[in-house]
Design a protein around this ligand. Sequence first.
Ligand code: PLP
Length: 362
Amino acid sequence: MKKINVTKSYLPPYEEYITEIKKIWDNNILTNYGPINIELQNKLEKYLDIDKVHFVNNGTIALLLAIDCLGLENVDIITTPFSFIATASSIVWQKCKPIFVDINPESLNIDPEKIEEKITPRTKAILAVHCFGIPCDVEKIQEIAQKNNLFVIYDAAHAFGVKYKNKSLLSYGDISCCSLHATKIYHSVEGGLCVVNNKKYEEKMEAIKKFGTINNSYKFIGINAKNSEFHAAMGICVLNHLDEIILTRKRIYQQYVKELKDLVEIPSIPKECEYNYIYFPVIFKSEERLLRVVARLNENNIYPRRYFYPSLSSLNIFGNTEKCEISLDISKRILCLPFDTYIENKDIKLICKIIRECEESI
Ligand SMILES: *Cc1c(COP(=O)(O)O)cnc(C)c1O
């Protein structure tokens, strides 16, 4: 029986990658923002319509760079409990404390209505996530940040290619960070992006990603966040296919919606949003129902993933006491179904049939 995972990384045609990396043998430049890195950054800036992107080695490093670049240390950072662990652990890794604010049950993103009550004199930033590529309430978050003198960082790990009000979602916040990991919508095997929208910090970002150097002189304490020419080459090859990847995913997404909309709750794509179709999350009425579906899918060698479970606010590693009831509840009932460019029609039919049988047998 064929195994179907929650996702299968897109690989461009082999020959295209070989052609791209041939340049590395021609010029013997393997890393250090060589010509392929520069070419990729230029192409990404054009694709996203953003004037500067920093290509770095992964999305977690992008978050660490953003927190460091804004000078955040020994302060509180407001964030969402409904995310991948890297969002909150990046805050702690940079010696700050995450303060969890509950999510809005529709968008699954941090609820701006609940942010202000958590602000104290120690609060210096909001780190919000565009979960599953669905835009946060960027206007309201900006307004709160301005009023309270806070920085805004977006973990836009899921948001490559998403547009909100005709602009890349990465162009919101003081700094936006993206992941180009192999499991994301657009990837360079491992990789990440920083977009510095607050131009006061552009020069510092340029320096800290490469040991703090500007024109060979040391201006800041930095880190090695460089990515290789091999990774950049994959980034270029995948980018050449991204429009078809998103179209294929849109078709699969619509097929899932058609088959499942009367059975489970499907987070909706807001108006004024051009979506990237990165995940297919469904919300069951109870955790028991979810577990039954997972068991039946597993029997058929199908492995969906519980993104994001458990709610980060329920982990004891962050030393938090915030409850975040909505995040706790939804994280127990949400499941991401297998979703990639390789999945076949009959696989989707089988997955939907199993869910229908489970749900209708109650
Ligand atoms: C994938 C992911 C990250 C981390 O990105 P990496 O490139 O794997 O380091 C951070 N935040 C969220 C929400 C993610 O899904």
